[in-house]
Design a protein around this ligand. Structure first.
Ligand SMILES: Cc1cc2nc3c(=O)[nH]c(=O)nc-3n(C[C@H](O)[C@H](O)[C@H](O)COP(=O)(O)O)c2cc1C
Length: 218
């Protein structure tokens, strides 16, 4: 059967059973504080990109789409990331400004999910972050027509060279299509691995200015 040998056998119950016991990890009734605590653990333990998160959107036909983006900021307003507003995700979010995010930190066997409304960050916030990026990344933001077909080999490299010439000796301005979005959470769920797949889940729903929470079966 094709692919048979590519997928190793599923671990046995015993192998799952020896998963580390992490003790009490639901240390706050406030999901924002709890996320901050979990993220600080992930930052210490996760080898690459602890801020990488899957961003799920829905296209005009109702078909879901998903890809990884990097969380730029997190605070009581929500979770922000930056991208090209003309990209597939940008167009999907413009038409339907609702999304979901999912972090999975393999090193600590935890997952956090967010659902909520998407709002674009202010031009001032986008300008401030763009100005801090490496010059190469600034040029790249102009050069990449993200999600569009790349016509020929070398087209991207040509565009980069042209832009380097155009902006020689000057600051690179932020392209209007390069911006940030903030997911304003209406629901946040925390998941932690437990032995024998008896995982713990804590789910928060926004209620006015505060949050309600409940435990869920794994
Ligand atoms: C670790 C990682 C981080 C990424 N971070 C971003 C990001 O912050 N912003 C972004 O636009 N694309 C990021 N990407 C690329 C996206 O996954 C995706 O390929 C791109 O945004 C185009 O997606 P779209 O066609 O659905 O719009 C990242 C990919 C990986 C694997």
């Amino acid at each position: 059967m094709p692919g048979k040998d590519l997928i190793p056998p599923t671990p046995t119950t015993e192998e799952y059973g020896v998963a580390d016991d992490q003790g009490e990890v639901f240390t706050s009734d406030d999901p924002i504080d709890l996320f901050a605590t979990w993220f600080s653990v992930a930052r210490e333990k996760e080898m690459n990109d602890p801020n990488a998160m899957a961003l799920a959107t829905v296209d005009a036909t109702g078909l879901p789409d998903v890809r990884i983006v990097l969380m730029k900021d997190f605070d009581r307003r929500g979770v922000s990331f930056f991208t090209n507003s003309d990209s597939a995700k940008g167009r999907q979010l413009n038409a339907n400004p609702w999304a979901a995010l999912c972090f999975h930190w393999k090193s600590i066997r935890r997952q956090v999910r967010f659902r909520g409304e998407i709002i674009e960050v202010s031009a001032a916030e986008a300008d401030e972050y763009f100005a801090k990026r490496a010059r190469g990344a600034q040029i790249g933001a102009w050069a990449s027509q993200q999600s569009r077909p790349l016509p020929a080999d070398g087209a991207l490299e040509h565009a980069v060279r042209d832009l380097e010439r155009r902006y020689k000796g000057q600051d690179v301005p932020r392209p209007s299509h390069w911006t940030g979005y903030r997911l304003v959470p209406t629901a946040i769920e925390f998941w932690v691995n437990r032995p024998f797949r008896l995982h713990d889940r804590l789910s928060f729903d926004r209620a006015g200015d505060g949050w309600t929470h409940k435990r869920l079966f794994p």
